[in-house]
Design a protein around this ligand. Structure first.
Ligand code: C2E
Ligand code: CA
Ligand code: CA
Ligand code: CA
Length: 279
Protein backbone atom coordinates (compact mmCIF):
# COMPACT_ATOMS: atom_id res chain seq x y z
CA UNK A 1 0.00 0.00 0.00
CA UNK A 2 2.90 2.32 0.58
CA UNK A 3 4.10 1.87 -3.00
CA UNK A 4 6.94 0.01 -4.68
CA UNK A 5 10.32 -0.44 -3.10
CA UNK A 6 8.88 -0.14 0.34
CA UNK A 7 8.28 -2.89 2.77
CA UNK A 8 7.19 -3.12 6.33
CA UNK A 9 7.90 -5.72 8.92
CA UNK A 10 4.89 -7.05 10.75
CA UNK A 11 5.48 -8.64 14.06
CA UNK A 12 3.46 -11.61 15.14
CA UNK A 13 1.40 -9.74 17.69
CA UNK A 14 0.38 -7.18 15.13
CA UNK A 15 -0.85 -9.79 12.67
CA UNK A 16 -2.82 -11.56 15.39
CA UNK A 17 -4.56 -8.28 16.20
CA UNK A 18 -5.36 -7.64 12.57
CA UNK A 19 -6.80 -11.13 12.28
CA UNK A 20 -8.93 -10.69 15.40
CA UNK A 21 -10.36 -7.41 14.28
CA UNK A 22 -11.06 -8.99 10.87
CA UNK A 23 -13.04 -11.77 12.57
CA UNK A 24 -14.89 -9.30 14.78
CA UNK A 25 -15.81 -7.21 11.74
CA UNK A 26 -17.13 -10.25 9.90
CA UNK A 27 -19.29 -11.22 12.88
CA UNK A 28 -20.54 -7.66 13.15
CA UNK A 29 -21.58 -7.63 9.50
CA UNK A 30 -23.21 -11.07 9.67
CA UNK A 31 -25.07 -10.53 12.94
CA UNK A 32 -26.34 -7.09 11.92
CA UNK A 33 -27.82 -8.72 8.87
CA UNK A 34 -29.04 -12.03 10.23
CA UNK A 35 -29.48 -11.60 13.99
CA UNK A 36 -30.61 -8.05 14.78
CA UNK A 37 -31.76 -9.29 18.21
CA UNK A 38 -28.08 -9.46 19.28
CA UNK A 39 -28.06 -5.67 19.29
CA UNK A 40 -29.80 -3.62 21.92
CA UNK A 41 -29.83 -0.15 23.40
CA UNK A 42 -29.01 0.98 26.91
CA UNK A 43 -30.49 4.22 28.23
CA UNK A 44 -28.66 6.46 30.67
CA UNK A 45 -30.75 9.12 32.47
CA UNK A 46 -29.73 12.81 32.47
CA UNK A 47 -30.65 14.80 35.59
CA UNK A 48 -31.14 18.39 36.58
CA UNK A 49 -28.34 18.95 39.11
CA UNK A 50 -30.36 21.40 41.19
CA UNK A 51 -33.74 19.64 41.35
CA UNK A 52 -32.89 15.99 40.68
CA UNK A 53 -35.55 15.82 37.97
CA UNK A 54 -34.75 13.55 35.05
CA UNK A 55 -34.62 15.61 31.86
CA UNK A 56 -33.95 12.86 29.33
CA UNK A 57 -31.97 9.78 28.32
CA UNK A 58 -28.81 9.09 26.29
CA UNK A 59 -28.92 5.99 24.09
CA UNK A 60 -25.84 3.73 24.04
CA UNK A 61 -25.40 0.81 21.65
CA UNK A 62 -24.91 -2.72 23.01
CA UNK A 63 -23.82 -5.90 21.21
CA UNK A 64 -23.94 -9.40 22.67
CA UNK A 65 -22.45 -11.88 20.24
CA UNK A 66 -22.69 -15.66 20.68
CA UNK A 67 -19.12 -15.89 19.34
CA UNK A 68 -17.42 -12.95 21.09
CA UNK A 69 -19.63 -12.37 24.13
CA UNK A 70 -20.42 -8.80 25.17
CA UNK A 71 -18.35 -6.52 22.95
CA UNK A 72 -17.84 -2.96 24.27
CA UNK A 73 -18.79 0.02 22.04
CA UNK A 74 -15.15 1.15 22.12
CA UNK A 75 -14.41 -2.02 20.10
CA UNK A 76 -17.37 -2.30 17.74
CA UNK A 77 -18.24 1.34 17.00
CA UNK A 78 -14.89 2.09 15.32
CA UNK A 79 -15.22 -1.17 13.36
CA UNK A 80 -18.74 -0.31 12.26
CA UNK A 81 -17.43 3.08 11.13
CA UNK A 82 -14.47 1.72 9.18
CA UNK A 83 -16.37 -1.19 7.58
CA UNK A 84 -19.35 0.78 6.36
CA UNK A 85 -21.73 -0.76 8.92
CA UNK A 86 -22.52 2.26 11.03
CA UNK A 87 -25.80 3.10 9.26
CA UNK A 88 -27.01 -0.49 9.68
CA UNK A 89 -26.22 -0.28 13.38
CA UNK A 90 -27.95 3.10 13.69
CA UNK A 91 -31.00 1.80 11.81
CA UNK A 92 -31.28 -1.08 14.26
CA UNK A 93 -31.06 1.31 17.21
CA UNK A 94 -33.63 3.71 15.79
CA UNK A 95 -35.99 0.76 15.35
CA UNK A 96 -35.63 -0.27 19.00
CA UNK A 97 -35.94 3.30 20.31
CA UNK A 98 -39.06 3.89 18.20
CA UNK A 99 -40.77 0.92 19.84
CA UNK A 100 -39.66 1.87 23.34
CA UNK A 101 -40.80 5.49 22.99
CA UNK A 102 -44.07 4.56 21.32
CA UNK A 103 -44.92 2.50 24.42
CA UNK A 104 -43.74 5.18 26.82
CA UNK A 105 -45.88 7.66 28.65
CA UNK A 106 -43.35 10.44 28.17
CA UNK A 107 -43.68 13.12 30.77
CA UNK A 108 -46.59 15.39 31.60
CA UNK A 109 -44.69 18.48 32.66
CA UNK A 110 -42.05 18.79 29.95
CA UNK A 111 -40.79 17.15 26.79
CA UNK A 112 -38.01 14.71 27.66
CA UNK A 113 -34.87 14.44 25.53
CA UNK A 114 -33.72 11.29 23.78
CA UNK A 115 -30.05 11.76 22.85
CA UNK A 116 -28.30 9.66 20.19
CA UNK A 117 -24.62 9.53 19.22
CA UNK A 118 -23.73 10.28 15.63
CA UNK A 119 -20.51 9.10 13.96
CA UNK A 120 -18.34 11.58 12.06
CA UNK A 121 -18.99 10.13 8.62
CA UNK A 122 -22.77 10.17 9.16
CA UNK A 123 -22.97 13.95 9.42
CA UNK A 124 -22.50 14.42 5.69
CA UNK A 125 -24.22 11.21 4.56
CA UNK A 126 -27.58 11.82 2.81
CA UNK A 127 -28.73 8.25 3.58
CA UNK A 128 -28.19 8.87 7.27
CA UNK A 129 -29.87 12.26 7.05
CA UNK A 130 -33.06 10.77 5.61
CA UNK A 131 -33.04 8.16 8.37
CA UNK A 132 -32.49 10.84 11.01
CA UNK A 133 -35.23 13.20 9.82
CA UNK A 134 -37.70 10.31 9.65
CA UNK A 135 -36.72 9.22 13.12
CA UNK A 136 -37.02 12.78 14.49
CA UNK A 137 -40.63 12.93 13.29
CA UNK A 138 -41.53 9.69 15.06
CA UNK A 139 -39.75 10.79 18.23
CA UNK A 140 -41.77 14.00 18.26
CA UNK A 141 -45.00 12.10 17.68
CA UNK A 142 -44.23 10.02 20.77
CA UNK A 143 -43.88 13.20 22.86
CA UNK A 144 -40.09 13.32 23.06
CA UNK A 145 -37.43 15.58 21.53
CA UNK A 146 -34.43 14.26 19.67
CA UNK A 147 -30.92 15.46 20.44
CA UNK A 148 -27.86 14.43 18.41
CA UNK A 149 -24.44 14.23 20.04
CA UNK A 150 -21.48 15.22 17.86
CA UNK A 151 -17.87 15.51 19.02
CA UNK A 152 -15.71 18.56 18.57
CA UNK A 153 -13.30 16.80 16.26
CA UNK A 154 -16.24 15.84 14.03
CA UNK A 155 -17.28 19.44 13.80
CA UNK A 156 -13.76 20.51 12.93
CA UNK A 157 -13.37 17.99 10.11
CA UNK A 158 -16.82 18.34 8.54
CA UNK A 159 -16.76 22.02 7.82
CA UNK A 160 -18.21 21.90 4.29
CA UNK A 161 -21.91 22.68 4.48
CA UNK A 162 -21.96 21.79 8.15
CA UNK A 163 -23.68 24.96 9.25
CA UNK A 164 -26.54 24.56 6.77
CA UNK A 165 -26.99 20.90 7.62
CA UNK A 166 -27.20 21.52 11.35
CA UNK A 167 -29.58 24.43 10.76
CA UNK A 168 -31.76 22.15 8.68
CA UNK A 169 -31.82 19.49 11.41
CA UNK A 170 -32.65 22.14 13.95
CA UNK A 171 -35.54 23.45 11.88
CA UNK A 172 -36.94 19.91 12.11
CA UNK A 173 -36.84 20.15 15.89
CA UNK A 174 -33.55 18.31 16.44
CA UNK A 175 -31.30 19.64 19.19
CA UNK A 176 -27.53 19.71 18.73
CA UNK A 177 -25.15 18.70 21.54
CA UNK A 178 -21.34 18.71 21.51
CA UNK A 179 -20.04 15.55 23.19
CA UNK A 180 -16.77 15.07 25.14
CA UNK A 181 -16.31 18.84 25.22
CA UNK A 182 -12.79 19.87 26.20
CA UNK A 183 -11.01 16.83 24.76
CA UNK A 184 -10.67 18.01 21.17
CA UNK A 185 -9.16 21.19 19.87
CA UNK A 186 -11.63 23.11 21.97
CA UNK A 187 -11.74 25.86 19.47
CA UNK A 188 -14.29 28.10 21.11
CA UNK A 189 -14.58 30.29 18.05
CA UNK A 190 -17.04 27.98 16.31
CA UNK A 191 -19.41 27.89 19.25
CA UNK A 192 -21.12 31.15 18.51
CA UNK A 193 -21.21 30.48 14.78
CA UNK A 194 -22.70 26.98 14.93
CA UNK A 195 -26.23 26.20 16.05
CA UNK A 196 -25.43 24.40 19.30
CA UNK A 197 -27.91 23.74 22.12
CA UNK A 198 -25.80 21.86 24.64
CA UNK A 199 -22.20 21.20 25.70
CA UNK A 200 -21.39 17.91 27.37
CA UNK A 201 -18.21 18.52 29.39
CA UNK A 202 -15.98 15.47 29.26
CA UNK A 203 -15.71 13.49 32.48
CA UNK A 204 -11.95 14.11 32.81
CA UNK A 205 -12.68 17.56 34.26
CA UNK A 206 -15.06 16.38 36.99
CA UNK A 207 -12.97 13.32 37.79
CA UNK A 208 -9.55 14.97 37.97
CA UNK A 209 -7.96 14.28 41.34
CA UNK A 210 -5.67 17.30 41.53
CA UNK A 211 -5.48 19.29 44.74
CA UNK A 212 -5.61 22.64 43.01
CA UNK A 213 -9.03 22.02 41.45
CA UNK A 214 -7.87 23.75 38.31
CA UNK A 215 -10.43 21.61 36.49
CA UNK A 216 -13.26 23.23 38.45
CA UNK A 217 -12.02 26.61 37.23
CA UNK A 218 -12.06 25.31 33.67
CA UNK A 219 -15.58 23.94 34.09
CA UNK A 220 -16.66 27.24 35.57
CA UNK A 221 -15.15 29.11 32.62
CA UNK A 222 -16.89 26.78 30.14
CA UNK A 223 -20.20 27.29 31.94
CA UNK A 224 -19.88 31.08 32.00
CA UNK A 225 -19.09 31.12 28.31
CA UNK A 226 -21.91 28.72 27.46
CA UNK A 227 -24.27 30.77 29.58
CA UNK A 228 -23.36 33.94 27.74
CA UNK A 229 -24.09 32.18 24.44
CA UNK A 230 -27.37 30.68 25.67
CA UNK A 231 -26.00 27.12 25.51
CA UNK A 232 -26.96 24.48 28.08
CA UNK A 233 -24.21 22.59 29.96
CA UNK A 234 -24.08 18.97 31.09
CA UNK A 235 -21.26 17.39 33.13
CA UNK A 236 -20.38 13.79 32.28
CA UNK A 237 -19.04 11.16 34.66
CA UNK A 238 -20.80 12.01 37.95
CA UNK A 239 -19.76 9.09 40.17
CA UNK A 240 -19.73 10.41 43.74
CA UNK A 241 -21.85 12.58 46.04
CA UNK A 242 -18.86 14.91 46.39
CA UNK A 243 -18.77 15.46 42.63
CA UNK A 244 -22.49 16.19 42.58
CA UNK A 245 -22.04 18.78 45.34
CA UNK A 246 -19.25 20.45 43.36
CA UNK A 247 -21.51 20.62 40.30
CA UNK A 248 -24.23 22.27 42.39
CA UNK A 249 -21.75 24.84 43.65
CA UNK A 250 -20.48 25.51 40.16
CA UNK A 251 -24.05 26.04 38.99
CA UNK A 252 -24.00 23.28 36.39
CA UNK A 253 -27.45 22.57 34.97
CA UNK A 254 -27.37 18.87 34.08
CA UNK A 255 -25.42 15.80 35.24
CA UNK A 256 -24.92 12.26 33.95
CA UNK A 257 -22.92 9.39 35.42
CA UNK A 258 -22.74 5.99 37.07
CA UNK A 259 -23.31 7.61 40.49
CA UNK A 260 -26.66 9.05 39.37
CA UNK A 261 -27.81 6.17 37.16
CA UNK A 262 -25.98 3.70 34.91
CA UNK A 263 -26.96 2.90 31.33
CA UNK A 264 -29.77 0.33 31.57
CA UNK A 265 -32.45 -1.48 29.57
CA UNK A 266 -35.70 0.32 28.82
CA UNK A 267 -38.21 0.64 31.65
CA UNK A 268 -41.24 2.84 31.80
CA UNK A 269 -40.03 4.68 34.91
CA UNK A 270 -36.57 5.64 33.62
CA UNK A 271 -37.67 9.28 33.83
CA UNK A 272 -38.26 9.13 37.60
CA UNK A 273 -36.45 11.86 39.61
CA UNK A 274 -33.32 11.11 41.65
CA UNK A 275 -34.10 9.83 45.11
CA UNK A 276 -32.55 12.05 47.80
CA UNK A 277 -29.42 10.37 49.15
CA UNK A 278 -29.23 7.89 46.30
CA UNK A 279 -25.88 9.14 44.98
P1 C2E B 1 -19.98 8.68 25.05
O1 C2E B 1 -20.90 9.16 24.00
O2 C2E B 1 -19.10 9.70 25.70
O3 C2E B 1 -20.92 7.95 26.11
C1 C2E B 1 -20.68 7.93 27.50
C2 C2E B 1 -19.89 6.72 27.90
O4 C2E B 1 -19.46 6.89 29.24
C3 C2E B 1 -20.70 5.41 27.88
O5 C2E B 1 -19.80 4.35 27.59
C4 C2E B 1 -21.18 5.33 29.33
O6 C2E B 1 -21.50 4.02 29.74
C5 C2E B 1 -19.97 5.86 30.06
N1 C2E B 1 -20.29 6.46 31.35
C6 C2E B 1 -21.47 6.98 31.77
N2 C2E B 1 -21.36 7.43 33.03
C7 C2E B 1 -20.08 7.22 33.43
C8 C2E B 1 -19.35 7.45 34.64
O7 C2E B 1 -19.86 7.98 35.62
N3 C2E B 1 -18.03 7.08 34.65
C9 C2E B 1 -17.43 6.51 33.58
N4 C2E B 1 -16.15 6.16 33.69
N5 C2E B 1 -18.10 6.26 32.42
C10 C2E B 1 -19.39 6.62 32.34
P2 C2E B 1 -20.14 3.23 26.50
O8 C2E B 1 -21.58 2.86 26.54
O9 C2E B 1 -19.12 2.15 26.66
O10 C2E B 1 -19.89 3.98 25.12
C11 C2E B 1 -18.61 4.42 24.77
C12 C2E B 1 -18.63 5.33 23.58
O11 C2E B 1 -19.06 4.61 22.42
C13 C2E B 1 -19.62 6.49 23.70
O12 C2E B 1 -19.03 7.51 24.48
C14 C2E B 1 -19.80 6.86 22.26
O13 C2E B 1 -18.75 7.66 21.82
C15 C2E B 1 -19.72 5.51 21.57
N6 C2E B 1 -21.09 5.02 21.29
C16 C2E B 1 -21.93 4.30 22.07
N7 C2E B 1 -23.09 4.03 21.43
C17 C2E B 1 -22.98 4.61 20.20
C18 C2E B 1 -23.84 4.71 19.06
O14 C2E B 1 -24.96 4.20 19.04
N8 C2E B 1 -23.36 5.38 17.96
C19 C2E B 1 -22.12 5.96 17.96
N9 C2E B 1 -21.71 6.61 16.85
N10 C2E B 1 -21.29 5.91 19.02
C20 C2E B 1 -21.72 5.25 20.12
CA1 CA C 1 -22.43 10.64 23.88
CA1 CA D 1 -19.30 11.85 26.14
CA1 CA E 1 -16.97 9.61 23.82
Amino acid sequence: QQGRAQFQLFDRQQSIEVEQSQRLAESLRRELKQCPEHFSTAYQPLYSVQSGECVGLEVLARWKSPVHGVVPPSAFIPLAESRGLINALTARQFEIIRQDLANSKGHKLFIPIIAVNVAAQQISDPVFERMLLDFARDVRTSGWQLEVELTESQLMTQIDGLHERLQNWRRRGIRIAIDDFGTGYSCLAYLHSLPVDKLKIDRQFLQAQTESRKEDQIMYAIMSMANALGIEVLAEGVETAEQLTRLKQLGCAIGQGFGLAPPQPWRNDLLAPLMPGSV
